[in-house]
Design a protein around this ligand. Structure first.
Ligand code: PLP
Length: 462
């Protein structure tokens, strides 16, 4: 059932602009659950179907142009179709898509990861971020011989069994549908940023194998974390012999060329990587201390009398992904791409907050590095967008959106040429420039006016 009112002029305007997407969505629903391939692409009444993309823009099948803040779910720090990445992919395609063997590029790719990411003494490629966190946890358990995993509510680490409860539901750590209770019995789910709860958990449990978290806070800072929390977690894990795992699937090669760990000065034992790692193609990796990744090494495991962790994977270090990854990481490591994306996002957040202030909307745009999020104030607090501090809001409230209203704003933004996620947030690339900034601000202003016309926000002061 749609939560959108049928008499909304925003919905009508969206439908009017996107008839081909509508037709495709109808066809899709006959073969794909909800007509989609990734939950984050769910949109009511239907999402746009994209035909092509370039730089910071993309075009749908009806010919509408958008400033893109999805950024390939965060994979495209350099924007769509960076010429060096495209050339590397084309060159790799000529040579073959799968050799079923070792190849030169996987070595160069791993060397680049090891050069950029402080914790990466050894690298094992996977096909996705989900696989990377799964392997990181398994490595930690194998290395420590312990079982329990510390996790933080709202933090996302992919969709494998250990990581589903407590992401956006099941904060009581009961298993989500299809996951057996024995799995969640082995995880300790803590409120994010709560130092006392963290210390109590490490004091109470002697059998913690690892703690895993998104180092800039869940959802790339949707619920931000103070760096002091990372330092405490580093100290507690080191004191108890537990492994610290940074999930840098989003933040790796984005926050800085060396990820959040280099920027924030905390080195984990293991790091999960994906997205930018593979330059916009599928790929992931677990990187970390040599003695831990030795559990994947035939000789090292045998020499230590340990059972090796088995790790096949048809698309591990796929040659085309490797070529794209090498091209992307070379640029990330040798240019100011991360810094430019960070600077654009800071300006974007400031400009959008000015629009909110002008419109009298009690919401706020916030975020860190190259991300932004919109706090849509579900409890209708009195807030000033220009001085909003997300650390003053409890994590559940920060991650709650008034669904129908957010959905309307998202559609209104699409009608005005801006594509953001369902929480009215997104990521910025180094290809976003002044023209995208102005377009986004204009689109945001027009979208707020559409909401005002439906009495969803106060009308803007003239
Ligand atoms: C922080 C984080 N970890 C893990 C994952 C899972 O990565 P993948 O979608 O490549 O499986 C994601 C995906 O968005 C993510 O944002």
């Amino acid at each position: 059932m749609s939560s959108l009112p049928t008499n909304s002029s925003i919905v009508a305007a969206y439908r009017e602009r996107t008839p081909k997407s509508s037709a495709l969505a109808e066809e899709a629903r006959r073969v794909l659950p909800s007509g989609i391939a990734h939950d984050a692409r769910y949109c009511e009444p239907y999402g746009v179907y994209i035909d092509r993309a370039q730089g910071a823009r993309k075009w749908d099948v009806d010919g509408n142009e958008y400033v893109d803040y999805f950024g390939g779910h965060g994979a495209l720090l350099l924007g769509h179709n960076h010429p060096a990445v495209v050339a590397a992919v084309q060159e790799a395609l000529q040579r073959g898509t799968h050799f079923g063997a070792n190849h030169r590029d996987e070595v160069r790719w791993a060397e680049l990861v090891a050069k950029l990411i402080p914790s990466a003494e050894r690298v094992r490629f996977t096909s996705s971020g989900t696989e990377a966190t799964l392997m990181a946890l398994r490595l930690a358990r194998a290395f420590t011989g312990k079982r329990k995993l510390v996790r933080f509510m709202t933090h996302f680490h992919g969709w494998h069994d250990h990581m589903t409860a407590g992401h956006h539901s099941h904060f009581d750590n009961t298993p989500t549908t299809g996951v057996i209770p024995g799995i969640t019995d082995q995880t300790i789910l803590l409120p994010p940023g709560d130092e006392a709860a963290l210390e109590a958990a490490f004091a109470q449990h002697q059998d913690i194998a690892a703690a895993i978290l998104e180092p800039t806070g869940s959802g790339f800072g949707l619920v931000p974390l103070r760096p002091s929390f990372l330092h405490l977690l580093r100290a507690e894990t080191a004191r108890t012999g537990a492994m610290l795992i940074f999930d840098e699937v989003v933040t790796g090669f984005r926050v800085s060329p060396g990820g959040a760990q280099r920027e924030l000065g905390v080195t984990p034992d293991l790091t999960a990587l994906a997205k930018i790692l593979a330059g916009g193609l599928p790929g992931g990796a677990v990187a970390g201390r040599r003695d831990i990744l030795d559990a994947l090494d035939f000789h090292a495991a045998a020499a230590q009398g340990r059972e090796k962790i088995a790790h096949p994977g048809t698309y591990n270090a796929n040659p085309v992904s490797a070529a794209a990854g090498i091209a992307a990481l070379t640029i990330v490591g040798s240019t100011d791409a991360c810094a430019r994306a960070n600077a654009f996002a800071a300006e974007l957040r400031a400009r959008l907050n000015e629009e909110l202030k002008r419109a009298g909307a009690p919401w706020a745009v916030y975020g860190t590095f190259s991300g932004f999020h919109t706090f849509m104030n579900p409890q209708r607090r009195a807030i000033d967008p220009l001085s909003f501090d997300p650390f003053t809001i409890e994590f559940r409230e920060l991650s709650t959106i008034p669904k129908a209203l957010a959905q309307k704003l998202r559609l209104a933004l699409l009608v005005n040429g801006v594509d953001c996620n369902a929480r009215i947030g997104g990521v910025v690339s180094s290809a976003h420039g002044p023209a995208e900034l102005e377009r986004t601000v204009e689109g945001f202003r027009a979208a707020l006016a559409m909401l005002a016309a439906e009495q969803e926000v106060p009308a803007a002061a003239e």
